[in-house]
Design a protein around this ligand. Structure first.
Ligand code: HEC
Ligand code: HEC
Ligand code: HEC
Ligand code: HEC
Ligand code: HEC
Ligand code: CA
Ligand code: CA
Ligand code: CA
Ligand code: CA
Length: 375
């Protein structure tokens, strides 16, 4: 959007929001000046038109975002999805525009303000989501563990599938993690129970109570320099300390030390990766390893040393002999890895999913859950 269009949009938004702001100003101590809001917004990654998330389709012919992807990768796709453009609500009818990042009008329209429920790729719906509905509609993931189960229905769990690839829920699926089994996006094993939405504490239990919806950073505390977290976690003075919050006093990853839950999750990931590797050698005869910085993340560990080096982490060497049992375990690994803030959104849910995956592989991998703790 160029500067002139932006000003036009600002004026429109200001008018549309006047009534709403009057209403909120009755509740809030002080409504935020529009200028401050737009400065915050323009510095946020939602406004970053150069980002891969908004230019990924630029070289396509035609240069547009497919219907299936447009909802979360363009304002045009999102307004189409919620029916704010006059089209049918709940589905995307037309391809999205390229270079069309998440703008004011994505989140501010009558249709957006009226949203109060969100459906997840599992088919589960969560209602009463209020102002968080916009966030949750784009951060709920693209596919769910139920999809993996369906695709592999009736197949022998331990027979390799030639040409298979690692499945995951996509990226930054914060709402899927936060809502736990209520969203049901992880691969949930039969006979196990899983935690629901992470309640945390009542001032920090929803997307916009923690995140400023415009800067996307954690909310400022009015008239104070203190961090949102420090009122309850005294060791936190800023972003750099978030990952060191320690509350649970449980050694989930069984390494003999009670660490901040962020590190317990890292430990659990490492054990799951080891389990997948040993299972793969035992069942398929091929080494398995990961490099989460290189697409498609799962590679053949040619020399079976448990790591993927530069020569192994290349596209033609991708791992493609998953068994159904491996594929569901790897889905839970991706679920935890591709949401780096899982530790603050819902640590218990990702720990449960990974623990159950390790357990499910254990008979053939030899990597057991002895010493690990399931939340
Ligand atoms: C439910 C919402 C949603 C849908 C639908 C969706 N995405 Fe995404 N996608 C996201 C979010 C959120 C991110 C931001 C993660 C990030 O910046 O790393 C993302 C990031 C990406 C990225 C950038 C990854 C990177 O490394 O920066 C690509 C590429 C991408 N998606 C491709 C697709 C494709 C292709 C489709 C359609 C098949 C699709 N997405 C559908 C939500 C979605
Ligand atoms: C990603 C979604 C999103 C985007 C993009 C967005 N907003 Fe908002 N905005 C929200 C949400 C959610 C709230 C409600 C916050 C609350 O009440 O806690 C809000 C609140 C507001 C308010 C009321 C402020 C207040 O303090 O009560 C104004 C005004 C506003 N936005 C203007 C804008 C403008 C102008 C832009 C573009 C520069 C913009 N918004 C972009 C989601 C968004
Ligand atoms: C229309 C889809 C859409 C909506 C609505 C949306 N997001 Fe996003 N969000 C994205 C995409 C796409 C990215 C990745 C942007 C990029 O890579 O530049 C992202 C990135 C983020 C990030 C990462 C910021 C960073 O710098 O790494 C946070 C945090 C975030 N969103 C929070 C929210 C919150 C809170 C809301 C609701 C107020 C929200 N999002 C609404 C699509 C959306
Ligand atoms: C307790 C406060 C809190 C709540 C509630 C919360 N977040 Fe976050 N979120 C954070 C913090 C803190 C980070 C950054 C963590 C880090 O970088 O280590 C983060 C990071 C993110 C990111 C970027 C990284 C990632 O792993 O996805 C997105 C997107 C996001 N949050 C969206 C949401 C959405 C959507 C909701 C509501 C379902 C939500 N958040 C609820 C605190 C919160
Ligand atoms: C109003 C008080 C309060 C605020 C504010 C708060 N927390 Fe918490 N936090 C708690 C409580 C209470 C727990 C323990 C919850 C539980 O285990 O059920 C907790 C637990 C945690 C955990 C451990 C989660 C787990 O499952 O073990 C992390 C990480 C965390 N908080 C990070 C943050 C961050 C980052 C912020 C700021 C963005 C924040 N908290 C703000 C009260 C708060
Ligand atoms: Ca539509
Ligand atoms: Ca530990
Ligand atoms: Ca550890
Ligand atoms: Ca190797």
């Amino acid at each position: 959007m160029n500067q002139r269009n932006f000003i036009v949009v600002l004026v429109l938004i200001a008018a549309a929001l006047a009534g709403w702001m009057f209403y909120t100003s009755q509740q809030a101590v002080q409504a935020e000046p529009i200028q401050e809001i737009s400065t915050k917004y323009w510095n946020s990654s939602h406004a970053d038109a150069e980002s891969e998330a908004f230019i990924h389709w630029n070289e396509d012919d035609p240069a547009e975002i497919p219907v299936f992807c447009a909802r979360c990768h363009s304002t045009s796709g999102f307004t189409d999805f919620i029916g704010a453009d006059g089209s049918e609500a709940g589905k995307v009818d037309a391809p999205g525009k390229i270079n069309d990042p998440i703008s004011c009008t994505a989140c501010h329209s009558d249709a957006a303000h009226a949203l109060d429920s969100v459906s997840f790729p599992s088919g589960n719906e969560v209602s009463g989501t209020g102002k968080n509905s916009v966030c949750m509609s784009c951060h709920g993931g693209l596919s769910a563990g139920t999809g993996v189960a369906k695709a592999n229905e009736g197949k022998d769990l331990d027979v390799p599938m030639e040409g298979s690839s690692m499945q995951g829920p996509h990226y930054f699926h914060a709402a899927a993690v936060h809502q736990g089994t209520d969203a049901g996006v992880g691969y949930e094993y039969e006979g196990k129970t899983y935690v629901g939405a992470f309640k945390h504490a009542n001032t920090v239990d929803s997307c916009v109570s923690c995140h400023d919806p415009h800067s996307l950073h954690t909310q400022d505390i009015p008239e104070s320099d203190a961090s949102l977290c420090s009122t309850c976690h005294s060791n936190v003075s800023g972003w750099a300390d978030y990952r060191s919050v320690s509350m649970s006093k449980v050694d989930y990853d069984g390494d003999g030390t009670v660490e901040p839950v962020f590190d317990e999750i890292e430990g659990m990931k490492a054990i799951l990766i080891e389990a997948l590797g040993k299972y793969s050698i035992a069942v398929t005869g091929t080494g398995f390893g990961v490099n989460f910085d290189a697409y498609p993340y799962a590679f053949i560990d040619t020399n079976q040393d448990g790591t993927i080096d530069e020569s192994e982490g290349i596209f033609p060497n991708q791992y493609n002999t998953f068994t159904p049992r491996m594929q569901r375990a790897a889905f839970n690994l991706m679920f935890a890895v591709k949401e780096p803030a899982a530790y603050v959104h819902n640590a218990d849910y990702v720990l449960q999913l990974m623990y159950d995956a390790i357990e499910d592989l254990s008979e053939l991998s030899g990597v057991t859950t002895a010493g690990l703790t399931r939340p």
